[in-house]
Design a protein around this ligand. Structure first.
Ligand code: ADE
Length: 223
C-alpha cells in the first residue's frame, strides 16, 4: 500500500507515523507513506496557500491551485483508490471504514486547515471525506495520523500476532474482554481463575461473556 499525505504542517505528522506498528510496517515495506508539503506546490512567491473567503465570512480558505497541482501530479503517476479529505463534516471514522480502506492499493489524504478548502476541490477531486469525531481540531493532520494508524495496522503482517487485529474492540461490534499478565496475584488483586485454568473452551466462553457484558454496560449502542 502507498499513502500520500498532503499537508501544510509536515512536522506534525512525522512522529506519529514513525513509531511502533507504523514504523514496523514501513520497515517491512508493507506500506510507504509519503508526506508532501502543500507549500511546495504553490506558484506564490511567499508560498501562500490560503486566501480570504468570498462573501466576507471570517477565516482563511485554502486555495484550489496548489491542491489541484499536487493531486493532479500524484494521479499522473498512479491510480488512487480514494482521495480523502479530513474534515469534521465528513463521514465518521469507524472500524468498518478502516477495514475497507485497508484493502486499498494507493490513497491520498489531504489535511484541511484554516476555515477549510475551496469547495470546488471537494466537488471535483475529493472522493471521500472523513471525520474522526464530532469535535473540531485545529487542522486535519492529527485526523490523518489517526486514520493512517487505523488503516495500516490492519495490513496483514503489520501486527506481529495477526489474530490480535481481528480480536480488537469493534471488529465484531463488541468491546474487547479484559486482559491480564503476570503476576497472577498483585497486592491481593487476583486474575480471574478461569484464565489460569488452561481450559481453552471455558476461557473463550468467559471472554465472550465479558465482551458482551462490557458492551451492554459501556456501549449499548453497538449491540
Ligand atoms: N479537521 C478538524 N477537525 C476534524 C475532525 N474532527 N475530523 C477530521 N478532520 C478534522
Amino acid at each position: 500500500m502507498r499513502i500520500d499525505i498532503i499537508t501544510v504542517l509536515p512536522e506534525i505528522l512525522e512522529s506519529p507515523l514513525n513509531h511502533s506498528i507504523l514504523k514496523r510496517a514501513q520497515d517491512k515495506a508493507l506500506v510507504t507513506i509519503h508526506i508532501h508539503n502543500l507549500r511546495d506546490y504553490t506558484t506564490d512567491k511567499h508560498k501562500r496557500v490560503d486566501d480570504y473567503a468570498f462573501g466576507g465570512s471570517a477565516g482563511m480558505v485554502m486555495q484550489c491551485e496548489p491542491i489541484d497541482r499536487i493531486i493532479t501530479h500524484l494521479q499522473s503517476q498512479r491510480t488512487y483508490d480514494d482521495v480523502i479529505y479530513t474534515s469534521p463534516d465528513g463521514a465518521r471514522l469507524a472500524q468498518p471504514l478502516a477495514n475497507q480502506l485497508s484493502l486499498s492499493e494507493n490513497l491520498i489524504i489531504l489535511c484541511g486547515h484554516y476555515k477549510g478548502i475551496d469547495y470546488r476541490i471537494r466537488e471535483h477531486l475529493i472522493t471521500r471525506e472523513i471525520s474522526i469525531g464530532d469535535y473540531v481540531l485545529t487542522g486535519g493532520e492529527l485526523a490523518a495520523a489517526v486514520l493512517t494508524d487505523a488503516i495500516v495496522r490492519l495490513i496483514p503482517g503489520a501486527i506481529g500476532d495477526e489474530q490480535s487485529a481481528l480480536s480488537d474492540s469493534f471488529q465484531d461490534n463488541l468491546l474487547a474482554p479484559p486482559v491480564y499478565t503476570r503476576p497472577a496475584d498483585y497486592k491481593g488483586w487476583k486474575v480471574p481463575d478461569v484464565l489460569l485454568s488452561g481450559h481453552e473452551r471455558n476461557i473463550r466462553e468467559w471472554e465472550l461473556d465479558q465482551a458482551l457484558e462490557r458492551t451492554k454496560r459501556l456501549r449499548p449502542d453497538l449491540l
